[in-house]
Ligand binder design. Structure first.
Ligand code: TRP
Length: 338
């Protein structure tokens, strides 16, 4: 069997938070150390461009995310770590795939349908496509190009992205049917056991709820954020239930099994919320203190980040450029092979 190729895209929007770390970054960084497979990790800045029209914000977000992944131990020697926008063959392939993609297939994309639905509910007068760009509409095709370009076999994604993987397979299959078997059809890998963290207010930690704890804020601010977690009004001395408790759950995502068992016992003994939060802070701080130093060093020397990404892009293009030549020939855009 040929080697597995794992590929993951990271949309460069926002500032990474604890939920991103536990749900996506930590498992992906661990996977990047697996010598049994090849890995492609890229910053999906063309995807970010769909929603972000502020050039400075786009750049700073990309830099923060790259620095975060590197600081947290992404093995950029072993895996290929690059910016999507450094690979000109990706938009080229996007167009080829666009020409084979049924518009009806894109009409069925959940993200697009959700926005149309919101417009329809927003009032009679509204255009159902109000505020929807072609970039957003074609999002799944760009994603298909990301994946098919490197013939990924496995694509770790969140549940919300499963449909995009199905679309990738559809479009890849269509290309193979028309032009010959050029693409591997990838499978989605959805992690079942990854914790979904709660945020400060107890709802899922998410940028859209504005309840996140940024990953690399200063130790002082981290403590402050943690102290803001909403708890109930139980007093110190009252036994507390760890089940469904945000402080306990966050602690569990960072603690060793022993630390977690200790906190559980202390809940039963009636630890006060302030002390429980202090315990949580110490535990998160222990995990993030060293990466934070590396993060700050990288952010102070963006040229170091750029050098890693330039190296990754060169390695990625060494694959995508010759492959694109083949695809150009296959489609008739290129000269026929002699
Ligand atoms: N759409 C993905 C997300 O929002 C990011 C992404 C872009 C991606 N291209 C990809 C993920 C290719 C996996 C493979 O999470």
């Amino acid at each position: 069997m040929s080697k597995q190729i794992w590929l993951t895209g990271i949309t460069t929007s926002g500032t990474p938070h604890l939920g991103n770390y536990v749900g996506a970054i930590r498992p992906a960084v661990e996977a990047s150390r697996d010598r049994g497979r090849d890995g492609f990790y890229f910053l999906a800045d063309y995807h970010a461009l769909i929603k972000n029209h502020d050039p400075e914000r786009l750049r700073s977000s990309r830099r923060e995310i790259a620095a975060s992944w590197l600081a947290l131990g992404l093995d950029a020697e072993h895996v290929t770590f690059y910016r999507q926008s450094d690979i000109p063959q990706i938009p080229e392939l996007t167009w080829m795939l666009t020409c084979l993609t049924a518009k009806g297939l894109m009409n069925r994309a959940h993200a697009y349908k959700g926005l149309v639905q919101a417009n329809l509910e927003g009032g009679e007068e509204r255009d159902p496509d109000q505020g929807i760009t072609m970039g957003l509409f074609s999002y799944p095709i760009l994603m298909a190009a990301d994946i098919l370009m490197f013939n990924a076999t496995h694509v770790p994604v969140g549940r919300d992205q499963i449909q995009h993987l199905e679309m990738t397979r559809d479009v890849g299959q269509r290309f193979n049917h028309v032009y010959g078997p050029h693409f591997t059809l990838p499978e989605a890998v959805v992690a079942e056991d990854v914790a979904v963290l709660s945020g400060l207010d107890g709802r899922k930690m998410s940028k859209s709820y504005d309840n996140t704890v940024p990953l690399f804020e200063s130790s002082k601010r981290l403590r402050k954020s943690i102290m803001r977690i909403v708890t109930n009004s139980q007093e110190p001395g009252e036994p507390k239930d760890p089940q469904g408790n945000t402080v306990f759950e966050l602690h569990q995502a960072f603690a060793t099994a022993e630390q977690s068992a200790q906190l559980r016992a202390d809940y039963a003994d009636g630890i006060g919320w302030g002390d429980a939060k202090q315990r949580l802070f110490e535990c998160v701080e222990a995990v993030l203190a060293e990466p934070r130093e590396r993060y700050e060093a990288l952010m102070a020397n963006p040229a170091d980040i750029d050098a890693v990404l330039a190296d990754g892009a060169a390695r990625a293009r060494a694959i995508s450029a010759p492959f694109m030549e083949r695809l150009r020939e296959a489609t008739g855009i290129g000269r026929a092979a002699p």
